[in-house]
Each structure stands twice: as C-alpha cells, then as structure tokens.
Design a protein around this ligand. Structure first.
Ligand code: TA6
Length: 294
C-alpha cells in the first residue's frame, strides 16, 4: 500500500473503513486525506472553518467515490468521450500509495501515487484507457490549499489525459453566492444544453452544471462578503456545479438540503480537450484555494 514513509509530528495515519487516512494537525491548518482515491476530505486554515464541503451521507466503502472534498477525476472527466464508465474515471475509486509526507513552518505536504501496476486487473474502465502511467497527487495544507496532479506517460504511445480536481467548497448559501472571474467566457450548459457566454458574475437560481472554456482565478462572495478565491492552473476549463434540490434528492449520498451549502469549482480537462502526453513526458494540472482570511 505505501512505501515506508516517515510521518512528521503533525501527521497521523489512522485506519478507516475505506482504508488508511492521514490526519493533519499543524499550526497553520488541519486537514484530512484518504489514501482511497487520494481524496482530500477536510482543510481548515488556522482560525477558520473547514473550507471544504463533505457529505455526511457519503459512502466510504472500497470501490465507491467519496461525496465531497476534492474527488480526483482521472483519467477522464464525466463519461470521457461520451459513454465511458465509471463516471469521472477509476482514479478516485482505487487506493493510492503514500509516497512522501513532510512539514515546515508553512504547513504539511503529502504526496500520493497511483501507477499502472496499482490498478487491479478487471478494474472498470481500465480497458478503455490501457496506458502505462504514473500519477502523483501532491497537496499542501497551509494558509491555502494547494493541489497538484502530475501524470507521466510510461508507455510507448501518445497518451490522452483528461480529468478534474472536482472540489466541493463549503459556502453559507448558494442562493446568495456570486462567482466572478469568468465574465465573457463561453460555456457548455449541461442543464439547458448548448453553448452560452457568461454575462457578469455567476449567480445561482437552479441546477447549474457548466463547463467554461476558461480558467485562472475565480472569486467567490456571499452577498457582499468575500469567501476567497480559487486559482486553476495547467487547465483550460473550469467547471461550476450545484445540483440544486431535485438532483440532490436523487443522490443517495447527498443530503436533500445539502445543495444550499456547497458549490463545486473544478480545474477540469474534458476528454474532448484531453492533454496528449508524449511517451516519456508528463502533464500537471492544479488548483489553489485561498480563503478570505488569507
Ligand atoms: O462536475 C459536474 C459533474 O460532472 C455533474 O454533471 C455531476 O455528475 C457531478 O459531476 C458529480 O458527479 P459524481 O459522479 O461524483 O456524482
């Protein structure tokens, strides 16, 4: 499961139903990451609330995806080219290996790895994407949360890489939320269908599921109160999602009223815009979450 990695004083490894979990307790932040799916489920900068939303009804069983936190969609986003299962790829459904854990005055950095040899024969979706690869996910828990997924092509053919850092942010109330930074950017509207262009800040009056053809920094506000910012790097698309009431009620691992307190802001690589990684090369995409208090 993991090479023998020395844990710093601010990191504990505990066993949970879906496997080992690293608990971080540092002067600058607390946090939690499951080896299952390399899934960050908590991050609270010192003196602040947890910035991530995690469903209290999430499953934590082997093979299932955790609802909330930062699901890693890999090696494809959504259904890949259109009909691939499982949704959002197999990376979030498998145990990753602990590769590194370190701390300094600024926080704690954890690195987890998933390689071809870690993907069991028969894993759903593996036959769709049979490449030899090594994925490394690094996360720094500090005043900000910095996430980075690097995928190396260890095969002898070009390797298309899609995916997303599908981050669930905890917010006071979706009906008061505004998201600035994508004004004028075109987007695929997965609710209404078709394409549109963002006019001013994004506000929410119903189910919202949009793939924006732009990335960079977005700023969130609850009415006139800043909630902080999200910076997406190494990607050309930003996904914004809130399921609203009907979709929330239809998800067994999502509280019926949970949609009020969350929004997903995702650093995304849709499969039709996949990064084609040459043999021996790698690609990296990332996200940094900056709370209002930073
Ligand atoms: O990123 C938005 C989205 O693609 C939505 O369409 C919705 O399916 C969401 O992901 C959650 O997907 P999941 O497979 O985690 O239920």
């Amino acid at each position: 499961m993991s090479e023998t990695v020395q844990l710093p004083d601010s990191v504990d490894l505990v066993d949970e139903p879906n496997g080992p979990v690293l608990r971080i307790d540092h002067d600058r932040a607390t946090g939690e990451i499951h080896l299952h799916g390399a899934h960050v489920t908590s991050w609270a900068p010192s003196g602040s609330r947890d910035q991530l939303w995690l469903s209290p009804e999430s499953e934590f069983g082997p093979g299932s995806a955790i609802r909330g936190g930062v699901p890693i969609c890999f090696p494809w986003f959504a259904k890949g080219p259109g009909d691939w299962e499982p949704q959002h790829g197999f990376g979030r459904r498998l145990p990753w290996r602990l590769h590194h854990a370190g701390e300094d005055d600024h926080g704690v950095t954890i690195a987890l790895r998933l390689a071809s040899s870690d993907v069991p024969d028969g894993t759903e979706g593996r036959d769709r994407w049979p490449y030899e690869f090594t994925a490394q996910f690094s996360v720094t828990f500090g005043d900000t949360l910095t996430l980075s997924l690097t995928v190396a092509n260890c095969s002898d053919q070009p390797m298309p890489v899609g995916g997303a850092l599908h981050t669930y942010l905890a917010i006071p109330e979706i009906e008061r939320l505004s998201v600035r930074g994508l004004d004028g950017v075109s987007y695929q509207d997965k609710v209404a269908g078709g394409e549109d262009e963002q006019d001013g800040p994004i506000t929410f009056t119903g189910e919202t599921d949009r793939v924006y053809a732009g990335s960079g920094v977005v700023v969130l506000a609850d009415g006139d109160t800043s909630l902080g910012a999200v910076r997406n790097t190494g990607v050309r698309h930003t996904v914004v999602w809130n399921p609203w009431s009907a979709k929330a009620s239809a998800m067994p691992d999502f509280p019926d009223d949970g949609w009020h307190g969350m929004v997903c802001i995702e650093a995304a690589v849709p499969y039709d815009a996949a990064v084609v990684v040459a043999p021996g090369e790698k690609c990296t995409f990332g996200q940094q979450i900056v709370p209002a208090s930073a």
